[in-house]
Design a binder for this molecule. Structure first.
Ligand code: PLP
Length: 363
């Protein structure tokens, strides 16, 4: 496999995406949700994994409903995969409703601006009503607002009110706030007393923990854990899907006192060997990774000096040779470890790798 990679990618820096593990994660989580349908969330280029490849693989396995954030993301997918259903979870302006209806894309209705005089469509527009149960992001919040938006949608000739959903703000922490949101959402669903085809609430962390206890929903929305990650790193049953890989492109032998890279912030105290990697912050391996670690042949090596736009430095030893494979994360150095060092969440680590890093797929 890696021979092919060498031929294909001249720089020898790439992300290795494991599609098989994505599907394994999907199946493991499917088994936790009491037979409800798990909707893969593939926004943001499938959390950096490459949306066409991920969707194609899952479609082959029989998955046919996906969720994204933007109308643009949905249109791109629809062009390639005519027969899948897609829900856009972000705000779609009412001036764009026609595009959604024409392309059979399901949109979310979350505010009254979207409901100002909606004309008829030539093909019905499928919508989900978004309830703000406590996150205070998108959705109708007050009971009277929920009822009047519901009535507008229900009574419109060419709108098909297909679903209702909410989103949790604290599925990873405050159980009390989570319970409050869930109860509010359940009350609203009961109050509307309508034959929704799809009722959904949970994202990855809440579905793994609590979906089994919920009996009034029909679907769940699976994002980060499809990609083997969770918010609280307590879930060890998932498989890694993303490895960032480069190779040693040059080796330097330093004398005591030699300095390394921009700002000359690293000084060799003795005779040292360093390796240069052809990857930098323009690839999304940001400068704050300075002083972190990479993996070579199952061993940790320290990142030294400032990370440049296209290159970086690591301190190596004489067990390392030119062209040796270096795993920046997704192996011994987990994505969670990198996230913790950068004081952020795993989501951001995989989303920030840029277009310049090619992806290779393991199927
Ligand atoms: C991104 C998103 C999800 C998926 O969340 P994860 O934590 O990645 O599982 C679900 N629902 C909505 C509304 C989202 O925006």
């Amino acid at each position: 496999m890696s021979q092919n990679i060498m031929n294909k990618y001249y720089r020898n820096t790439y992300a290795e995406i494991n599609l098989e593990n994505i599907y394994k994660n999907y199946q493991s989580i499917q088994s936790l949700v009491n037979g409800k349908i798990v909707i893969p969330v593939v926004k943001a280029n499938a959390y950096g994994h490459g949306v066409f490849e991920v969707v194609e693989y899952l479609v082959d396995k029989g998955v046919n409903y996906f969720a994204v954030s933007l109308l643009e993301e949905a249109l791109e997918l629809k062009e390639k995969f005519k027969n899948i259903e897609i829900l856009v979870m972000g705000v779609v302006d009412r001036t764009q409703f026609k595009i959604a209806s024409k392309n059979n894309i399901t949109i979310t209705i979350s505010n009254f601006d979207q409901l100002k005089k909606i004309d008829d469509f030539s093909s019905p527009l499928k919508v989900h009503l978004k309830i703000d149960s406590g996150m205070n992001r998108l959705g109708f919040k007050k009971e009277d607002e929920i009822i009047s938006s519901f009535n507008i949608l229900k009574n419109h000739n060419t709108i098909k009110l297909e679903g209702i959903y909410t989103h949790f703000s604290t599925a990873d922490g405050d159980k009390k706030y989570y319970d409050m949101q869930l109860n509010r959402f359940e009350l609203i669903v009961k109050l509307l007393d309508y034959d929704f085809k799809m009722i959904h609430a949970s994202n990855s962390s809440s579905m793994i923990k609590y979906e089994k206890e919920i009996n009034f929903t029909t679907h769940t929305r699976l994002g980060i854990s499809l990609y083997g990650l969770t918010l609280d790193s307590e879930t060890k049953f998932l498989n890694n899907t993303y490895k960032l890989i480069s190779h040693i492109s040059e080796i330097k032998h330093l004398e005591p006192g030699d300095k390394v890279g921009y700002g000359a912030v690293y000084t060799a105290l003795e005779k040292e060997i360093i390796g240069i990697l052809p990857i930098g912050y323009a690839d999304g391996f940001i400068r704050q990774n300075q002083d972190g670690f990479v993996e070579i042949k199952n061993k940790r090596y320290r990142i030294i000096g400032r990370i440049c736009m296209d290159q970086m430095f690591i301190k190596i030893d004489d067990h390392v040779s030119i062209n040796d494979k270096v795993i920046l994360f997704g192996g011994l150095i987990s994505i969670d470890e990198v996230a913790e060092r950068l004081d952020t969440i795993n989501y951001e680590i995989i989303c920030q790798i840029t277009y310049r890093v090619p992806k290779i797929y393991i199927k």
